[in-house]
Every structure is written in C-alpha cells, then in structure tokens.
Write a protein that binds this ligand. Structure first.
Ligand SMILES: [Zn+2]
Length: 477
C-alpha cells in the first residue's frame, strides 16, 4: 500500500495544499460547512506554536485569562466601524434554553467589546495600568468558502488586549507585539515576514492603525500572518474605560489588540512544503526525529532493537518517534514520514549495529545529498547540529524565494505582469481610489507599508502623482 500521491505543488498549488492537509492528517472537514476538525497531529503543531508564543507573551509582561464565547449584541453596536465590519460575519443566538432571548447574543467574532466592558469595570486608577491580558480561544466569523486553516468559519487563535495610560505607551505596545510575532515567525517557524502598517482600507474595523507581518507563500501569494492594532481611544470611549490620573483627573485609557491564529499552520505548510508533503521547522515539529529500525528477520531484529532503544534514550531531550510497525516496509515508512514533514529521519540496520553508525536523512534536502552517516558516539550533538542546520536552511530558502519573486516594476504595465506571479514593491500616493482600481484590475491588494522605506520619493505606480511611501502589493490569501 503506497502512500497516497499528492498533486504536483508547482502545477496545482491549491489542490496540493488541500490534499496535503487531509493526507498528513492535520485537519478534516466538519459536518457543518465552513468548520474544521483539527486532528491530533495538526493540534500538536498548533500547541507548539502556542507555547512558542505564550513564552514570549509572558516574557513581555502579559498574563492569560478567559472571556466568554457569548457577547450581548448591543456591545458590538457601541463602536461604529467595528459593528459595520463584523455584522455580515456574525453568528447570532436568538433562543436559549428553549426560550426566545430578550436580547440576541453573538458568538464572538473577536473580543474587543466584552474585554472593553470588563476593563471599564476593572480599571479605576492609573495604578491599574497598564493592563496586559491575553486569551487563547476560538472565534466564529460566518464564512462558507472553506480552506482548512486558511479560511474557516470557526478558528483558534490568541487575542491580546491591553489598556494603557498614554498614547505613547499603547503605541509602543502595538509595535512590541508585532516584533514578538516577527521574532516567532522568523526564529521558530522559519517563515520570513515583512513587518509594516496596513493601509486604511485593509486595517482592522475599529482600529486607528493596524500593523501586520506579511509572508510570501510557495505560490508567491501573500498571507497576513499576524496583526497588531493600535485602537487609540475608540474602544475606551465606547466602553468608558477611564482612570483617575495622579492629579485625580479622570482620563480615557488607550487600548491595543493583537492576534495570531491557526492560519499560521497554513503559512508553515505553504512556505516550506514540497511535492512529497510537509516540511516542518524543527523548532515546531510535533516529531523532530523519526527512528526507523531496518531488519529482515527476528535475528536482525534482536540485533537492531537494543541499539534503537539506546539511541532513543540518548535523544530523549528531543521529540522522538520510533516507527516499529511490522506490517509496512521501511520504504513505506520513509514516504509516510516525509509526507508528515518530520525534519530528520534516522535509520538503524544490522550494518549500523556492526559499525556503530546511524544513517541520517534530512527532510529538507531530498535524495543522496541530504543523507549522512553519523557515529553512535556523541549522537545527540550531531543530531542537534543537523536540526539547527535544517531550521536555518528552511528560513534561507524561503527568504531567497521571496527575494526572487519580489519586483520593482517601472510602470503600471509591468506592475500588472509581475503581480500575476509575485509581489510588487511600488510607490503609492495613498489615494484609496488608486488602491481600489489596482485591486479591481489585478487582484493585487496593498499588503503592507513596510517600516523600512527607501530614501526620497517617487510617483504613484497607478496615477503618477507624487508618493512618499513604497508599498507591497500582492494577491493574497
Ligand atoms: Zn495614485
């Protein structure tokens, strides 16, 4: 029984993605259209993402709490832009316990409103600030065009909500958390990202400014991988989040919110995967090393298994799996673990037992080039080195891909060509009309206005008017 063959990634990226998520047992479609079931292997990857982020949130002074799934409908209506943005996507509860509710409840699409309500209750004085709370949870945004992890009706995420005494502090917090996301993406997920500001039309409904980390996927489309919002005093006004300053004067607080979701699992799949399946970055992989014993009969098995056990014990600091299934061949196992993206495979057969060696195969480099023979002596260091090399090389490969597929077109005709297969980095006059026309004519939207800007100024790629900022344009997920 061969491992099911995937569609070709280069020929049909979308089919490749959809089938890979199913075949690698990351997630499955739920009976309710738009919903997904995250399977244990996918959840384990998400748990590793969670712990990598949670560690960073706590190191920057945040604590976790849990807010309710149901929110009074009237809460959403308190912030105008917010309600306009979210109304079309709401799931509304009209009946509870068999009785029609006096006030409908919404299933949270995000929690700014309920958090704002509670913060107004909890914050009395400047001594209560800053208030830095994160929650891990799920939200519902009515969505029927399902793509597992990328676009689902219900998804899992974290949402940070903070309140501050001054505009400056809230602004710093917004950017600090964007940095946290970028650091996680680059160093743990090996996903290169461009941090920057969202245009007004792309920002979060209710925010003054939204910031994003944008990543290029393997088909050169963009994915918004995490966002951080400076909410100004919009929610503080809507919910009366006020505090007494040291002079006993009543002041409005400044708030932020920031989130990263299970979409990021999609980012990892689409950044690193290949025709054989997933390639998971070692720091987040549910299984970092798979050990495959090779034997033909019971005699060889009796020689090999004690060494396998010894190696497993030596590598106990790592996330290890020994695949000792007897009903499938080693060849099947190789394909199977390649499909699941395990970064490093170790094979141990009778010859290795005799020579004191272990055969290693890197998932990121197919064929002979990725293979090496390790000594059983000092194995843990050698394996650690290999995992580190895989982690770095995945990042470098993705970065080189992004660079090779990012263009600076000279005129709009060239712009229209390059955004069919890559990103354009172009001057934009900030007129939303130009942004809208570009999107209508090319399907490319403004992804972000990066913090790193070239010196000087130029002419808008669409209208030719003076422009002071360059923007990344791309087709996006
Ligand atoms: Zn323009």
């Amino acid at each position: 029984m061969p491992v099911e063959k995937l569609p070709s990634r280069s020929e049909n990226f979308s089919d490749w993605y959809n089938q890979l998520v199913i075949s690698a047992e990351l997630a499955d479609y739920a009976p309710v259209r738009g919903c997904m079931v995250v399977r244990p292997y996918g959840w384990s990857l998400w748990e590793n993402i969670q712990s990598a982020l949670d560690r960073r949130f706590k190191a920057t002074g945040h604590v976790n709490a849990a807010f309710p799934l149901l929110i009074p409908m009237s809460f959403l209506e308190k912030e105008k832009a917010h309600v306009e943005g979210f109304s079309p996507e709401l799931a509304v509860v009209m009946i509870g316990g068999g009785e029609k509710l006096e006030e409908p409840l919404i299933v949270r699409p995000t929690s700014e409103t309920i958090v704002g309500y509670m913060y107004a209750k909890w914050i009395k004085s400047y001594r209560d600030l800053p208030l830095l709370i994160n929650q891990w949870g799920n939200v519902v945004r009515w969505e029927l065009r399902t793509r597992l992890f990328l676009r689902t009706l219900e998804f899992y995420w974290q949402e940070g909500h903070t309140a501050h005494a001054t505009e400056e502090e809230a602004h710093e917090e917004t950017l600090r958390m964007l940095d946290v996301y970028a650091d996680f993406a680059v160093n743990d997920a090996a996903v290169p990202v461009i941090p920057g500001r969202k245009s007004d039309s792309e920002k979060f409904m209710g925010a003054v400014d939204s910031f994003t980390i944008e990543a290029m996927m393997g088909d050169s489309r963009a994915l918004q991988a995490g966002t951080s919002h400076f909410l100004g005093q919009n929610f503080a006004k809507a919910f009366d989040i006020q505090y007494l300053d040291p002079n006993n004067q009543l002041q409005l607080a400044w708030t932020t919110s920031w989130g990263l979701s299970t979409r990021f699992v999609g980012a990892i799949i689409m950044t690193h995967g290949d025709d054989r399946g997933l390639i998971l970055p070692p720091k987040l992989a549910p299984i970092q090393v798979v050990i495959i014993p090779i034997f033909r009969d019971d005699l060889e098995r009796a020689q090999v298994m004690p060494v396998v056990e010894k190696v497993k014990a030596e590598l106990s600091e790592l996330r290890i799996k020994v695949d000792d299934r007897t009903e499938v061949t080693p060849g099947f196992k190789f394909n199977d673990w390649e499909l699941r993206g395990v970064p490093l495979r170790l094979e141990i057969g009778p010859k290795d037992v005799a020579k004191g060696t272990v055969a290693a195969a890197r998932r990121d480099i197919p064929g002979r080039e990725g293979k090496s023979i390790l000594s059983q002596q000092g194995l843990s260091d050698q394996v650690g080195d290999l995992l580190e090399k895989i982690q770095v090389s995945l990042f470098e490969k993705a970065l080189a891909f992004r660079k090779a597929n990012t263009y600076e077109p000279q005129d709009y005709a060239e712009f229209q060509e390059v955004v069919k297969h890559g990103w354009a980095f172009s001057w934009w006059c900030k007129n939303p009309e130009c942004e809208k026309k570009i999107k209508e004519e090319t399907k490319a939207s403004t992804r972000c206005i990066p913090f790193e800007q070239p010196a000087g100024e130029g002419k808008c790629i669409y209208c030719g008017q003076p422009a002071i900022e360059k923007v990344y344009f791309a087709r996006a997920y």
